[in-house]
Structure formats: structure tokens, C-alpha cells
Design a protein. Structure first.
Lengths: 228, 216, 261
């Protein structure tokens, strides 16, 4: 590897912690918001349903870039103080993907057969117990694969944080462009491979989770190639 | 702070011009994605070549669109001696990126055509191309229209990434207008509302289409 | 009963396996031109597989299938037989037509176009010729007035009539009937069977028919073959097989079918 190449790899790897922190923070916030908003959309209260629906439609209906710019450039004018870029980034990633995740949660909960709920009612479980002990564990199995896609979407979204000067991989890469003109292919090649590997890690973890949740409800996940 | 209506009135024409660019890219990018996605889906079924196609699709889907935009925009002029304008780069990269998603949509649509249809076509000795053009695709494509529509809406919301290479889209226009008077609340709120105004009704339409397709 | 030297359909030591599962086991039989042969037997005995092999929807594991003297599953290379390639299969299956249990009409085409599509694009008929042929056939199956209808607007019995017309439009030498009334409401069965009986009597098409309609089989067939576990265990004219079966297994099967209906 030439000096240039090792320098490029070094700089790009400086971005890795930021990308990872943004992804993990975003995922954590996404999970929390998805569950809250997803369950709220199934609430009996119209007000609760209305609020969660509004949140979901606003964040799904507008561009992630706009959300980021609004939070980072517009909100400080209203608040009088600036958010730390990485924090603003995590907030937008979480809020945005939480809105998509809420629909996943809602759909998965609704896909649990009605008979299961009725069975829980017959056992005199309270509504909260029904949800926690019967419905959610089964819904969880349905949620894992779409959440895998959503988290990869979120990982890809971290590149946006380069717009607000978070020193993540994409931003680091662009900072190299002026001085390493002949090595552009190498820069972008390494960058893309880094993202690819991170995406694979997410998929790997989610596959594991899929197997765990499936086993908990007594289902063996379908193996590839053994169709019924 | 006070919402400055006068400023908004002055900024609107510029922002709407940006919106027009965003819509142009969305429409052209969608056309690329619809056409190329079908090609990708069909190539995927070819032995051997299909594996390479699948790897390409997975790669594109696992890496950020923004990096792909940068890579093509900065790399292509030196690598192959073609300089594409930011606008064209945007249409091409977004189109190919989304083709990797629509390919999956087409695949599912084709797989959903019942086996009996293929068998009946075989029993009638219809030539392969005819089976595709008159039996399989006419049944598969209408079913995937809502899913394609959803990707167009996603694409619409992702076009602002192109401001990174200087495309004067809706958000870039808003940014420009806002920077001029340091009125970011107004411009980004308007940009957000414009996105919502277009994408929300569009998504309602897609949901309606979904229900209709599900019923046939 | 047939003295024709050249059978229309010949199975020579045909074996069909799905994985470890042997569905057809060293099967030998012939069908003479114009003959109507009904295949009966418990489900899973391999009857439908025979039709699917003839239609080239499945491939033989071993053995050779010949149609009209020409190998279907194989092709001649020099003086050797090698497994058929796609081109050979496409040419060989043109003499064969099939009517399916689930009709398999094309839902994206009108009734008329379901019937004209293959004659135009496979036989090379002009659209006008194909349409005239289709209209005649629709008249024959009693649906002359439903040409422009969408298939989904027809009853199951009507859809199956269209499927029969569609198969006939290709003027096949061999017509395969795969449980063509199993998916129909009981009151629609007789009409479709009558139609098929008429066609069998008035044409010289060779029929292979899988059915559970024993009355129909008895009336229309020249020969009935009883299958069990992938083998022919009895092969006789219908009067004999239905009134005085030789094999106890056949007797049991007929009794079971009789009890059910």
C-alpha cells in the first residue's frame, strides 16, 4: 500500500467511531420511538392515536435532509442555542426512522391472530398483560426482518450527517477529495466497503435475533432451500 | 421570533423553482428505476450472470446513496472521461439506486404469477418471449404498481441529497434563500411543508391503489 | 383392441423420482391413435405425473416416452437417444394439449384472446383465421356469446369449457385431461363431461384422462388403467374393470370411490 493509500485508510477510519455512534444512537432512539408510536397508534384514545399518527405522517412525509436542516439550522433560532452536530444527527435519524418503525410495530401487532388475544382474555389477563405476555412476543418475530431493513436504511442515512459537519466516514472521505485527486477510486472504494461491512454486521445481528425470537415462540425459522 | 411573511413572499419563487427541479429529477429518476429495475429482475433469473446481478443489487442497497452520488460525480470524469452535469448525475445515480429496489418488487410480482399460468402457456407451446410479454408481465406489472409508486415517493424525498453536488433542488433553493437573510425557520418549514403537501396525498393514492390491487 | 402398429403414446421403462420418492416405477404402456384411456387410482399413485411428463412439465428420471413415433423425452443424436433439450421439447409438445384441474385461463386476456393467442403466435395463423376458429370452438362448447367477456366473470364450468376450446384450437393429436371436473361445483360437472364425451366421439384425438368420475370413465373410455404406487396394476376395457376387476386392490379402490359418492 502506498503512503497515500495508508493515509486515506487512516483518515476514513477516523470517521468510523462517529458513524458507529450515530448508527447505534439512531437505532436505540428508533426502537423506543417505534414502540411508543406504534402502540399509540393502536390506542383506544383518539387523541393518542391522533398524536402518534401526526408524528408518523410528518416524519415519513418530509425529507430526512429537511428534518436535519430544520433541527440544526432553524431550531437554534427558536431556542437560542445550537445542538451538538452528532446529537442533532442522532435525533433526526431516530425521529425519522422511528416513524417508519412505528408502522412496522403496528402492522406486526395487528398480524397476531385474534384467537391469541381472545385466549389471553379468557385467562383474565389485563390489557397490558395481554400485550406484554402474549401479543408482543409473537409480534416481535414479525418485526425483526423489516427492522433489519430499516436499520440498514438508518446506517445509510448517517452519511447525511456530513452535511452538518459530523466527522463521520462520508465527511472524512470528502475532506480527502481536494488533496487526493488521483486516488478517488480508492477513497470511495474503501468508503463503500466500510458501509457494506457495517450493513453485514447489522444483518448478522438481526438474523441472530430472528432466531432467538422465533425460538421463544416455538417457531423454527424457515431455512433457505427447504420450502414446504 | 416572528414569522416574516414578507420575506416568505420574496423567497417563494426561488423555492418553487427548486421544487420544479426536484420534481423533474423524481420523474426522470423514476422512469430509469422502473425500466432498469425490470431489466435487473430479468437478468437475475439468468444462470450465473444472475448471481453477479444479485451481488450488485445487494451492494448498492447496502451503501449510502450519498456516497454513490459523490463517487460517480467525482470519479467518472477522471475514470472514463465523461463529465455529467450534477442534474444528469442525479437522475442516473438515483435511477440506478432505486432500480435495485424496484428489481425486488418486480421479482416478487413475477413470482406471484401462479405456476398454472406458466404451465398453461407451456401446454399451448407459446414461445418463451410470448409467455413473458403476453402472459407473465401483463399479470405481474399491474400488481407491482403501488410498490413502484412508494419508491417514487421515497425517491422524491431523497433528491435533496443532490445538493451536495450542487443541484439546485428544493432544499438547496431554500437554503440559499434562507442564508441570504438568516431566516432558516421560514425556509426549512416551507420546504418541509412542500414535501408533506406532495408526498402525503401521493401516499394516500398509493394506499388506495394497494387496496384495489389486493382485491383483484 | 388396437392393431395399429405405431402407438400414439408409448412409455418405455419410465421412472420418475422426486428426490428419494419414486412416483413412477418402470412404467411400460402404449396408447393407440384415437384411443380414449382413463387413468384411475388413489391419489399419489402417479396418474397426474404421467400427464405432466407428456406435457413436458416434468422430465423423466429414466426411460423413454415416445409420441407418434418420435421420442418426446429424448432426441436422436446419430443412433443414440440423449435427453431432449428445450428446443426439442418445444417442437415435440406441439402435438399435445392439456386441460387443467384449475383451468389456468389467462386472467389478463378476454375469453376470445385466451383461445387465439397460441394459434396466432405458435401455429402462425392470421388473427382472422384464429378468431374464426375460436368462435367456432366457443360455439361448440356453448359459449358463443361470451367471446369478449373476462374469464373471471364466467362460472367454473364455463371457464373449463373455454380451457377445453383453448386446447382444441391447437388441433392436438393427444389431449390430456387432468381431473378437469375436480374443481367444479357438483351441478356443473355433468355438462363439462358431456361436452368432453361428444368431442371424444366426434374427433380422432387420442385422450389420456385422469378422473374420479367413474360413470364418465365407464361410458367414454376404450380402456381403463388402474394405478397404484407408480405401477399399472390392472389394464382392461371399462366393462370388465368396473364390473369384474381382477385385482383386489382395484376392487377396494372402486368400492371406496363408490361409497364416497
Amino acid at each position: 500500500m502506498s503512503d497515500n493509500h495508508s493515509r486515506i485508510v487512516e483518515v476514513l477510519f477516523q470517521g468510523l467511531p462517529f458513524t458507529v455512534v450515530a448508527t447505534l444512537g439512531g437505532i436505540a432512539l428508533t426502537i423506543v420511538l417505534s414502540l411508543i408510536a406504534g402502540l399509540a397508534m393502536l390506542s383506544r384514545s383518539r387523541v393518542v392515536r391522533g398524536i402518534s399518527r401526526t408524528y408518523v405522517e410528518i416524519f415519513r412525509g418530509t425529507s430526512e435532509v429537511v428534518q436535519l436542516f430544520w433541527l440544526f439550522y432553524a431550531l437554534p433560532i427558536l431556542l437560542g442555542f445550537q445542538l451538538v452536530p452528532l446529537f442533532a444527527g442522532v435525533l433526526v435519524l431516530g425521529l425519522n426512522h422511528g416513524a417508519y418503525g412505528a408502522e412496522i410495530v403496528r402492522g406486526a401487532v395487528q398480524s397476531v391472530p385474534k384467537a391469541q388475544v381472545e385466549g389471553a382474555v379468557a385467562l383474565n389477563f389485563s390489557p397490558a398483560q395481554r400485550m406484554r405476555r402474549v401479543v408482543l412476543p409473537q409480534a416481535l418475530v414479525e418485526m425483526v426482518p423489516p427492522f433489519n431493513n430499516l436499520f440498514i436504511q438508518l446506517l445509510k442515512g448517517t452519511a447525511l450527517l456530513s452535511f452538518i459537519q459530523v466527522q463521520e466516514i462520508t465527511q472524512r472521505g470528502q475532506s480527502l477529495v481536494p488533496n487526493f485527486g488521483p486516488d478517488l477510486a480508492f477513497i470511495y472504494g474503501v468508503e463503500l466497503v466500510m458501509y457494506l461491512v457495517l450493513a453485514l454486521v447489522i444483518t448478522l445481528v438481526m438474523r441472530l435475533l430472528e432466531r432467538l425470537t422465533a425460538r421463544r415462540v416455538g417457531r423454527t425459522p424457515m431455512k433457505v432451500g427447504t420450502t414446504a | 421570533m416572528n414569522w416574516d411573511w414578507e420575506f416568505v413572499a420574496g423567497a417563494m419563487p426561488g423555492i418553487l423553482r427548486g421544487l420544479l427541479t426536484t420534481l423533474e429529477i423524481t420523474v426522470l429518476g423514476s422512469l430509469v428505476a422502473y425500466a432498469l429495475g425490470l431489466v435487473f429482475a430479468l437478468v437475475r433469473r439468468v444462470p450465473k450472470v444472475g448471481v453477479v446481478m444479485q451481488a450488485f443489487i445487494e451492494f448498492v442497497r447496502s451503501t449510502p446513496l450519498l456516497v454513490q452520488i459523490f463517487a460517480v460525480y467525482f470519479l467518472f470524469p477522471s475514470a472514463i472521461g465523461v463529465r455529467m452535469s450534477p442534474f444528469v448525475t442525479g437522475v442516473v445515480v438515483i435511477g440506478i439506486h432505486y432500480a435495485c429496489y424496484t428489481a425486488e418488487v418486480y421479482r416478487a410480482g413475477i413470482d406471484a404469477v401462479p405456476k398454472g399460468q406458466w404451465e398453461a402457456a407451456t401446454a399451448l407451446s407459446l414461445p418463451k418471449r410470448r409467455v413473458w410479454t403476453s402472459v407473465v408481465l401483463p399479470q405481474a406489472v399491474p400488481r407491482v404498481v403501488p410498490a413502484l409508486g412508494n419508491y417514487t415517493i421515497s425517491m422524491f424525498k431523497e433528491t435533496p441529497l443532490l445538493l451536495a453536488i450542487g443541484v439546485f433542488d428544493l432544499v438547496n433553493a431554500a437554503k440559499e434563500e434562507g442564508a441570504y437573510a438568516y431566516k432558516y425557520v421560514e425556509v426549512y418549514t416551507i420546504a418541509g411543508l412542500l414535501f408533506l403537501l406532495l408526498s402525503y396525498p401521493a401516499s394516500l393514492l398509493v394506499r388506495k391503489l394497494e387496496r384495489r390491487v389486493a382485491h383483484t | 383392441m388396437s392393431h395399429t402398429p405405431e402407438p400414439m403414446v408409448r412409455f418405455d421403462g419410465v421412472v420418475k423420482r422426486f428426490g428419494d420418492n419414486v412416483v413412477l416405477d418402470q412404467l411400460d404402456f402404449t396408447v393407440a391413435p384415437g384411443e380414449f384411456v382413463t387413468l384411475i387410482g388413489p391419489s399419489g399413485s402417479g396418474k397426474t405425473t404421467i400427464l405432466r411428463l407428456l406435457m413436458t412439465l416434468e422430465r423423466v428420471s429414466e426411460g423413454v416416452i415416445t409420441v407418434g413415433g418420435e421420442p418426446l423425452s429424448h432426441m436422436r443424436r446419430g443412433d443414440r437417444l440423449v435427453p431432449a433439450d428445450d428446443k426439442h421439447l418445444a417442437a415435440a409438445r406441439r402435438r399435445i394439449g392439456m386441460v387443467f384441474q384449475q383451468f389456468n385461463l389467462f386472467p389478463n386476456m378476454s375469453v376470445l384472446r385466451n383461445i387465439t393467442e397460441a394459434p396466432v403466435h405458435v401455429l402462425g395463423l392470421s388473427p382472422a383465421e384464429a378468431e374464426a376458429r375460436a368462435r367456432d370452438l366457443l360455439e361448440l362448447v356453448g359459449l358463443g356469446d361470451r367471446c369478449d367477456e373476462h374469464p373471471s366473470r364466467l362460472s367454473g364450468g364455463q371457464q373449463q369449457r373455454v380451457a377445453i376450446a383453448r386446447a382444441l384450437a391447437m388441433r392436438p393429436d393427444v389431449l390430456l385431461l387432468d381431473e378437469v371436473t375436480s374443481a367444479l361445483d357438483p351441478e356443473l360437472v355433468a355438462g363439462v363431461l358431456d361436452l368432453l364425451g361428444d368431442i371424444a366421439r366426434t374427433t380422432d384425438i387420442t385422450f389420456l384422462c385422469v378422473t374420479h368420475e367413474m360413470g364418465f370413465a365407464r361410458q367414454v373410455s376404450d380402456r381403463v388403467m388402474m394405478f397404484d404406487h407408480g405401477r399399472v396394476i390392472e389394464d382392461a376395457p371399462p366393462e370388465q374393470l368396473f364390473t369384474d376387476p381382477r385385482e383386489p386392490r382395484t376392487r377396494e379402490f372402486l368400492q371406496a370411490v363408490l361409497d364416497r359418492s
